[in-house]
Ligand binder design. Sequence first.
Ligand SMILES: [Zn+2]
Length: 69
Amino acid sequence: MNKRWTIVKIKDFVENNSESKLLTTEYHGFSQKLLFKCSCGSEFEKTFTKFKNNHQRKCDACQPPKTSR
Ligand SMILES: [Zn+2]
C-alpha cells in the first residue's frame, strides 16, 4: 500500500500539479522538508506529505497557512 516516492517522481508531481518547482535533489522520507520555489520567486520548505495531501503548493505569501479549521 505504500507508494514509493523517489525524488524524480516527486519532481514530476510538483511540476505537473503545481506552479512551484522542486529545488531539493535528494529525498530521504516523509518527514524530510523539501525546498520548493514558488511561481512568485520565493523559496519555501514543506514536507511532501503536506504539499501533496494538504494542497499546500505555494509559498506562505501566496497561500497563507490556515489558522482555523
Ligand atoms: Zn509565492
